[in-house]
Design a protein around this ligand. Structure first.
Ligand SMILES: [Zn+2]
Length: 443
C-alpha cells in the first residue's frame, strides 16, 4: 500500500476504545490502522506520535464567525485557524451574526464563497429561520444548509429577528417536510424581557443580577413549549447551549417519549460558574448566562450518564469595545472559546473528573457527525474516513496566554487558565493545518 502520510506509534481514541496503532493516510483518507511498528512507511511523510493520543478531529456545530458584514468581529480565516489550533476539523457557522444574516439563498451562496476562500478546514453553514423567510427554507435546504437556527428570545442584534410562536410552529412544520433539523436558542422571551426590565428599573445591575434575569426556568419553559411543537410537527430538534441539568433532563424525557431531539452544551458551562464570571467580568458574559457551581457539577453528571449528545463551542466573539460597556446588561453576550474546547474537556473532564477519553471523542466528534449526516466521513477514526485528526500530549501542562489565541481579538475567559493536555498537530483530510511551534520551554 502507498501512503502520503503515516502516523507512527500513537494511541488512538475512538468513541468505544483506546488502543496503540499506526495510521496510514492516502488521498486525505485513513486507509490503514494497524499494530504499531507494522506499517510499511515507504516514501510517506512520517509523523512520530509516540507518547501522543490521536483524537478524531472535532466537529464544532456552533460557531459565529460573523462574515460577511461583521468580519471585524472574527471572520473565516482567523476563526478556522483558531479551530485548527484546538483540534477542530469541521465547523458549522451560524446564520447570525453575519450581516446580513443567512436567511436567503443569495446570502447563503455569498457566505459559502467567502468560507471557501478563507477557511483552512471543512465547514457547513446553518440557514436561519426568521419570521419572514418560511418560503425560503427550501432553497436554503437545497443549497446544502446543514439545518436551520432560530432564536426563541431576542438575539442581541437587530438584524436577526427572533421566531415568535407562530413562526416557530409553521417553520417547524416546513422543516419537518424538508427532513431537515431545527437548532434552537431556547430561552423564554417573555420571562427574560420582563425580568431584565425589572432589574434595570430597580437598578439591580450586578453580574449576579444579570444572571438572575435569565433563569434556568426560562430555558425550561422554552424547551417545554418547543418539544410539544416537535411532537405535533415531527420536526427534528437540536437544543443549543443548554446551561443546566434540569433542562438536559427535560430533553431526555422528551427523547423517551419518542421526540427526535438532541442536547448540546458548551465548554464554558462545564468550566465556569457565576463566581468566575464575577472575577473575570464581561469577557465571560453569555446567554444563557453562567450558572451556580452546583449546576456546573450537574452538567458533568449528565455528561457521564450519557444525557448530553454534543459539546460545541458557541464561539461568539466581539470587538473589545462591545465588552467594555458600563452596564453588564449592555455588554455583548458571547464567549470566545472555540480554540480551547478540547483543552477544557481534557482538563476539567478527563483529568479532574475521570471522564473517559472515549466519551470526549463521542460528544465532540462522533455524535455531531452522526446527528448532522456527516458520519462515517467525519466523526471517528476508522478506515475509509477522512483523515481528520488531532494529536494531543495528554499530560503536558500549559497556561493559556493571549498571544496563543488565533482569534481576531485576543479575548477569552480562559486566558491565564492552566490546561492539562496540549495540541501538537491537527490534520484536516490528511493535510497538516496546525503544528505546535516547538518552543522547548519546559513548564
Ligand atoms: Zn450561538
Amino acid at each position: 500500500m502507498v501512503f502520503d502520510t503515516v502516523i507512527l506509534s500513537g494511541t488512538i481514541v475512538t468513541e468505544s476504545d483506546v488502543f496503540d496503532a499506526d495510521i496510514g493516510i492516502h488521498n486525505g483518507k485513513i486507509v490503514t490502522i494497524c499494530e504499531s511498528g507494522s506499517i510499511e512507511v515507504g516514501d510517506a511523510k512520517v509523523i512520530d506520535a509516540s507518547g501522543l493520543h490521536l483524537f478524531p478531529g472535532l466537529v464544532d456545530v456552533h460557531v459565529h464567525f460573523n462574515e460577511p458584514g461583521r468580519d471585524l468581529w472574527e471572520g473565516f480565516e482567523t476563526g478556522s485557524k483558531s479551530l485548527a489550533a484546538g483540534g477542530v476539523t469541521t465547523f458549522f457557522d451560524m446564520p447570525l451574526n453575519s450581516n446580513p444574516p443567512t436567511t436567503t439563498k443569495e446570502r447563503f451562496l455569498e457566505k459559502q464563497q467567502l468560507a471557501n476562500e478563507k477557511s483552512i478546514i471543512d465547514y457547513r453553514l446553518w440557514g436561519g429561520l426568521v419570521p419572514d423567510n418560511i418560503e425560503r427554507l427550501e432553497d436554503l435546504h437545497k443549497e446544502g444548509a446543514i439545518g436551520f437556527k432560530a432564536f426563541m428570545s431576542e438575539c442581541g442584534t437587530d438584524d436577526f429577528q427572533h421566531a415568535d410562536n407562530d413562526t416557530l410552529f409553521k417553520g417547524m412544520e416546513r422543516i419537518a417536510e424538508l427532513e431537515s433539523i431545527l437548532a434552537l436558542h431556547a430561552e423564554s422571551n417573555e420571562m427574560i424581557n420582563y425580568l431584565t426590565d425589572k432589574a434595570q428599573k430597580e437598578k439591580r445591575l450586578s453580574i449576579r443580577d444579570y444572571c438572575n434575569s435569565r433563569p434556568v426556568l426560562s430555558e425550561l419553559e422554552a424547551v417545554e413549549r418547543v418539544v410539544r411543537y416537535a411532537e405535533l410537527t415531527g420536526c427534528k430538534l437540536h437544543i443549543v447551549h443548554v446551561s443546566s441539568k434540569r433542562v438536559i433532563e427535560r430533553i431526555k424525557e422528551a427523547k423517551e417519549q419518542g421526540i427526535d431531539v438532541t442536547a448540546e452544551t458548551c465548554p464554558h458551562y462545564l468550566c465556569l460558574s457565576i463566581e468566575e464570571f464575577e472575577k473575570i467580568g464581561p469577557t465571560a458574559k453569555c446567554a444563557p448566562p453562567l450558572r451556580e457551581r452546583q449546576e456546573v457539577e450537574g452538567l458533568w453528571n449528565s455528561l457521564k450518564k450519557g444525557d448530553i449528545d454534543i459539546i460545541s463551542s458557541d464561539h461568539s466573539p466581539s470587538p473589545p469595545d462591545l465588552k467594555a460597556q458600563e452596564s453588564i446588561f449592555e455588554v455583548w453576550g458571547g464567549i470566545a472559546g472555540c480554540q480551547n474546547t478540547l483543552h477544557v474537556l481534557l482538563t476539567e473532564g478527563y483529568h479532574k473528573r475521570g471522564v473517559p477519553l472515549s466519551k470526549i471523542a463521542e460528544v465532540t466528534a462522533l455524535n455531531p457527525a452522526k446527528r448532522f449526516g456527516l458520519f462515517p466521513k467525519k466523526g471517528s477514526i476508522r478506515i475509509g474516513s477522512d483523515a481528520d485528526l488531532t494529536l494531543i500530549q495528554l499530560n503536558e501542562t500549559f497556561v493559556l496566554k493571549a498571544e496563543d489565541l488565533k482569534y481576531r481579538h485576543k479575548i477569552s475567559p480562559y486566558i491565564g487558565k492552566t490546561f492539562i493536555g496540549k495540541t501538537k498537530y491537527t490534520l484536516s483530510r490528511g493535510q497538516c493545518v496546525f503544528e505546535e511551534v516547538d518552543e522547548k520551554t519546559s513548564v
